[in-house]
Design a protein. Sequence first.
Length: 440
Amino acid sequence: MDRGLTNDPSRQPELPPSTVADELAREIKRLRLEAGISQRVLAAKIGYSRQYVSMTEWEDATLPSQELVAVLDTALSANGALIALRAQAKTDQRTRRHVQTDTDGPGTSLTANVFSPFNLEAVPAGYVSATRLTQSVVSSDVDQVKEAARCAATTENLHGGGSATTAADQELYRFAPLLRGQTAPATRRALFEAIGNLSGVAAFAAFDVADFAAAEQHARFALWCADAAGSWELRASTLADMARMTAYAGSTDDALSLIELAQVRSDRLSATTRAMLGALRAQFLATLGRTDEALNEVARSDEHFADRTPGDDVPWMCYYDEAEHMGSTGKALIPVALARDQIKLAAPRISQAIRQQGENYPRSRTFSLTRLATLTMRIGDPREAAAIGLQAASKAKDFHSQRIRDELRTLARVSIRHLHIREVDELYSTLTTDSDGILP
């Protein structure tokens, strides 16, 4: 028996009233069926994924963006009918929102906190004012944004998120209002992409120091900018960072879903980006105990990396070189190595990453040293692990990074069972009793 259902019509639950947005969804579906094409065929025709086409046909869902409805109108030969219906739906939404505000009073949340791809109406609050700027935005303005993002990313790589967070935030709020300026079409895309990249840098800097609220807010703004620019590369990179944050918070399954969403249109991504996404997907699969799938995903990631052409990559993917690939895939293979008690499944890749990670990425090298030490302490030679761990502890003092401290805390915990070994006891003492000790 279905709970909450009754055959008494007078006692049926009240359904929410149909909206103009619902009418739009039904009309899109009607026109598609009338044309005799599937969602997959329509998606391929307009250059979006089947998932996005499916979402436009959902009733009681987020209103599709103007851009998406416009291409659907053309593809389905609606002669402007869908565009007009969306405009009516937007007016209807504003009216309902005004009525609800009057009814519920100030302070009532009127919109759900949901991720809605390609919805330019859902810009996160606080970045862009409603007032359009009178000034024109030119390519030199975009170059300034790119330079700000580069400087913030460099600071984060060299010193951790602490010193980068404030600078990245300041630059982001300084440049974001440019999105309301007058721009030529080509400049507009580049501007949205550059500011989205800057917001992504700010998000990861905040994440590194465990400011998760700011990290999520900046990441959502970066994703919005990616959608506004039509940048599949920025969208994929942003979703990858959101997946990393989600996994760190303990929701590995949700992180896997985000990565698979980033891979929806992998045909539009560079081989380097596909390799990066594959390494992350392998990591989440391994964490979930799906070790065979993780091994296969690492192999595919290696194939993508072998096919890459660095000169064709977008600027923000410059970090994903061979050292980063070895470190990322090595990290992904750690759960596999532990499950099979075979340190060689992961350790050689991480060791290679350590050898290749240069002066521009000392934080990455510190992560790799810590992970290799922890893995070796668990299923390898504890003395060797202690030597590697002391290097990591020494390097960690150069960074303001909560994530590095968390990984060193894990190393300290797995060291406890080997404290009878002098070298391990020295490492544990360094981690726990030094003025910068990891454990309380």
